[in-house]
Design a protein around this ligand. Structure first.
Ligand code: ME8
Length: 535
């Protein structure tokens, strides 16, 4: 399976490729930041990682938006990608290795080859279909999935996600024999319990597939903004088939066997729960039909909600990611959503909650610890980190606390994608170190001029600084800019090398930060918040 590392296969993480009909909002950034933290965590373990994101540029939804704006779909996509999507990922410090756009030739050529190949294998046939279609989802719906419209939509059937009327489409299309994969998919879910995460998502998919799958319409002939069906150019390939293939085309499918074999399949596809079925049913069936390996895991995140509804383009908080980063900073933004919402669950955003957590957890617990320790090393030892001379029980408890935090954070973030649990494990350790300083009262010990007093003070401050050394490493995937500031303030690079080269597993070892390191007060990690901007 995908999660087994053979030889030099990279740990391969993907986000959905986002529709370019509009600019990114908090919801898109949520998934992309989660992928970035997962990526950086595995890099911090010393693994080779490949992180892919990109944009989904075909289909009716994009075409209609472009028309409404009086430009071609390609011009619209180009503008959105270069002016909105890519700049936001850069702003949020997203360390993706590639950015795929479905209008690129490296993608469209390979999509045609993939579909032609399925056609040649007898997996695709021509048939007719009539049914309700939601352009928002770019998906045919089953009658049972629809809601009855009210008010302005009275008498119409609505998409349960978009709450907009569906359109009845009747077309002669090409179909993929998806119905033949029900049993094989169920067997795969059974044999690989971690394939769909969380449990609720897995259950939803299993129940859906158990009812039996219908064949999938994979072409459209009523519009032309898409990849042409190679054997029948009156049809374009269904946007979802086109889109899912990005995970293969971006890493050299049918083009660069070496790259493909050392990257594909994905270890983790991160997706919102709205697009779970595409990734956990259609995508694996497409791969099975080609005899290609299946991904290790499809991990569904919950929704960021606004007033009880999924946050979407038509239904925003009115708050853009940039509004939050300019107030709280990029690192706090990256941290907040993963910290506040259990991954897989729905959650909502509020200024009040973000401000309260920023102040208590980031500024008070973490930021103050760093500045207090640096200040005391400055005041009592002229900024030269002293050596610990005799560790007692209190110090041993800190060593144990660190070992526990590392093991827990590594398991939770690296394996279980429990970002909240992993972050809390590190912050519990931060609290423990704060408690240690409060109890040891180094400012009182400092009044004792005897050699014993001096030695005791040295041990306390070394213990605190060495704890911070580990915290900088463990939080680097979540808050890279802050960790670098802390690394600089500890003078750690001289003795230990670059922060990026520190390994998660090894960071539990005690005594790595050399005595004699130059500790400076450095930049404030989490400045006091300005007044909340008025909207
Ligand atoms: O579905 N809460 O693109 P899309 C959490 N092009 N996550 C959210 C969210 C919210 N309120 N809103 C969006 C598509 N997301 C397809 C994908 S993949 C082969 C093709 C995130 O622009 C979440 O990850 O509608 C969701 O799945 C994705 O954005 C949908 O982005």
């Amino acid at each position: 399976t995908g999660s087994e590392k053979q030889g030099a296969k990279a740990y391969y993480v993907t986000t959905p490729i986002y529709y370019v009909n509009d600019a990114p909002h908090l919801g898109h950034a949520y998934t992309t930041v989660a992928g970035d933290v997962l990526t950086r965590w595995h890099r911090q373990r010393g693994e080779k990682v490949w992180y892919l994101t990109g944009t989904d540029e075909h289909g009716q939804k994009i075409m209609r938006t472009a028309e409404a704006n009086g430009v071609t779909p390609q011009a619209w996509a180009d503008k959105l990608v270069t002016e909105a999507w890519q700049p936001l990922w850069e702003h949020l410090d997203i360390a993706n290795d590639d950015f795929i756009r479905t209008t690129q030739k490296r993608h469209t050529d390979r999509v045609q080859e993939f579909v032609q190949d399925l056609y040649d294998k007898g997996e695709i046939y021509k048939g007719g279909y009539e049914g309700p279609y939601c352009v928002g989802c770019e998906e045919y719906k089953l009658p049972g999935e629809l809601l009855d419209g009210e008010g302005e939509y009275a008498g119409q059937k609505l998409c349960a996600i978009h709450k907009k009327p569906v359109e009845i489409l009747s077309e002669e299309n090409y179909f993929f024999k998806l119905s033949e994969y029900s049993e094989k998919l169920l067997a795969h879910y059974e044999a690989n319990p971690g394939f769909i995460q969380p449990e609720s998502a897995r259950n939803e998919v299993v129940n859906f597939v158990r009812q039996g799958l219908q064949d999938l319409s994979i072409s459209r002939s009523t519009f032309d903004w898409g990849v042409k069906v190679p054997w029948d150019d009156k049809h374009v390939i269904y946007v979802w088939v086109d889109a899912l293939l990005n995970y293969a085309t971006a890493v050299g499918y049918n083009e660069n066997p070496e790259k493909f074999e050392s990257t594909f399949p994905a270890d983790v596809h991160l997706v919102g729960k709205d697009i779970l079925r595409f990734h956990a049913i259609i995508w694996p069936a497409m791969l099975m039909a080609q005899g290609l390996p299946l991904p290790g895991k499809v991990a569904a995140n919950g929704w960021l909600m606004v007033g009880g509804e999924k946050m979407s383009k038509s239904n925003l908080t009115g708050i853009k990611p940039q509004d939050l980063t300019s107030h709280f900073g990029v690192d706090a933004y990256r941290w907040y959503f993963l910290r506040a919402i259990a991954f897989g669950q729905d959650g909502s955003f509020s200024w009040e909650d973000f401000s309260a957590r920023y102040t208590s957890e980031l500024a008070n617990d973490y930021g103050n610890l760093a500045s207090r320790v640096a200040a005391m090393v400055g005041k009592y030892f002229g900024g030269e980190l002293p050596a610990a001379t005799a560790d007692g029980d209190a110090e041993k408890a800190i060593h144990d606390g660190l070992a526990k935090a590392v093991a827990e954070a590594d398991r939770k973030i690296g394996e279980e994608l429990d970002f909240q649990g992993g972050i809390l494990a590190v912050f519990d350790f931060v609290k423990q170190v704060n408690g240690y300083i409060t109890e040891q009262e180094p400012w009182k010990v400092a009044k004792d001029d005897s050699p014993e007093g001096k030695a005791r003070l040295a041990t306390i401050l070394y213990t605190a600084a060495e704890s911070l050394r580990a915290v900088a490493v463990l939080l680097n995937p979540v808050m890279p800019e802050t960790s670098q500031k802390l690394w600089d303030s500890l003078g750690a690079e001289a003795g230990l090398g670059a922060l990026a080269d520190q390994k998660v597993q090894e960071s539990a070892a005690w005594g790595l930060l050399p005595a004699g390191s130059t500790v400076t007060k450095g930049a404030v990690l989490f400045p006091r918040l300005e007044e909340k901007p008025t909207a």
